[in-house]
Design a protein around this ligand. Structure first.
Ligand code: NAD
Length: 307
């Protein structure tokens, strides 16, 4: 596999249209492969942005729970998608790592993270990207452009936390303390990051100790989701000098964000990452610039409707 530059060049006009394209208009077939994805907002987000840009885009959920299969079905699904003229696929749990050996190329970011959330079919080749980390970075920078990255605490070292860890180090964080209820997972992530970016990350077991002297907190555990309400850490640990970045986006206003705001912290909600990764995926799929503000308005409407 060859690495490709993360800044993707737009294909020549017409190169992104697939399948029969009556009257010469673009018709894009996309899909999401993952388990338990029936509530995903991705189809609506991608289809709406395409519609606003005059593209015809059809987005199909390929839910491994519905088909009673697992990541072992990936070779068959990728072949089928290619045969049917798909322009690309989003990939989510539990396939983000398993898809990698099946691809022809990886972006630098996907290679560093060892995870792919976007596959583009181009010229008969499958190219893997990861827009999770860059999506977080985009939303975070937009919300808090002057955030102090001297000492950042990451709570949660799973899929979302790992992607963000790479992104925040790429943004220039000087120290990253990683806390997870699975201490081994936190340490493994720190070791992998240090091998790539120099010794700036460390695994930590005590969130109170980790937050001493910290400038920011990134929360990347599922605590606070509608189905898992609560605070992921004691509220008194939230000093006003901390910025707090949340990954949970359903609900958008989590108990953590409310507690952090009440204590004077500057906060970023989980919607910014959700929009950022979708903007990146749209651009990889279509070669066109997305309108982030429009995609964000649409995303927040979808969340409000669901609530
Ligand atoms: P995951 O299961 O891969 O990782 C969660 C990690 O948190 C695990 O390592 C687990 O051990 C740890 N953990 C759980 N509870 C903990 C606690 N109380 N203290 C310390 N560590 C704890 O899950 P994920 O895919 O990383 O998703 C995490 C959350 O992020 C979910 O709510 C998901 O919906 C959300 N998410 C948001 C976006 C977005 O775009 N905003 C993207 C992906 C995931």
């Amino acid at each position: 596999m060859n690495a490709v530059a993360e800044t993707w060049q737009a294909p020549a006009p017409g190169a992104v249209s697939v399948g029969a394209a009556p009257t010469g208009s673009h018709k894009l077939l996309l899909g999401l492969i993952g388990a338990g994805i029936q509530q995903s907002l991705t189809p609506a987000m991608q289809e709406e942005e395409a519609r606003a840009q005059g593209l015809r885009l059809y987005y199909q959920l390929i839910d491994l729970d519905v088909t009673r299969s697992d990541a072992g079905a990936l070779p068959t699904l990728l072949t089928a998608a290619r045969t049917m003229g798909f322009a690309g696929l989003n990939i989510t749990f539990p396939c983000k790592q398993a898809v990698i050996p099946l691809l022809d190329e990886l972006s630098d970011e996907a290679r560093a993270m060892g995870a792919v959330n976007t596959v583009v079919f181009r010229g008969g080749r499958l190219i893997g990207h990861n827009t999770d980390g860059s999506g977080w970075a985009w939303g975070f920078h937009r919300a808090l452009p002057d955030a102090d990255l001297a000492c950042v605490v990451l709570l949660g070292a799973g899929g979302a936390g790992s992607a963000i860890a790479h992104a925040v180090l790429r943004m220039g964080a000087q120290r990253l303390r990683i806390v997870d209820s699975d201490a081994t997972r936190a340490q493994h992530l720190a070791d992998a990051l240090n091998a790539l970016y120099g010794r700036r990350a460390e695994g930590a077991t005590d969130i109170a100790a980790a937050l001493q002297g910290a400038t920011g907190l990134i929360h990347a555990t599922p605590t606070g989701m509608t189905k898992l309400p609560g605070l992921p850490l004691p509220a008194h640990l939230l000093q006003p000098s901390l910025w707090v970045s949340e990954v949970v986006y359903f609900p958008l206003e989590t108990e953590l964000l409310a507690a952090a705001r009440a204590r004077g912290c500057r906060v970023v909600d989980g919607g910014t990452m959700a929009v950022g990764q979708a903007v990146g995926a749209f651009e990889h799929f279509t070669g066109l610039a997305a309108d982030p503000a429009r995609m964000e308005r649409h995303f927040r409407r979808l969340i409000a409707d669901r609530a």
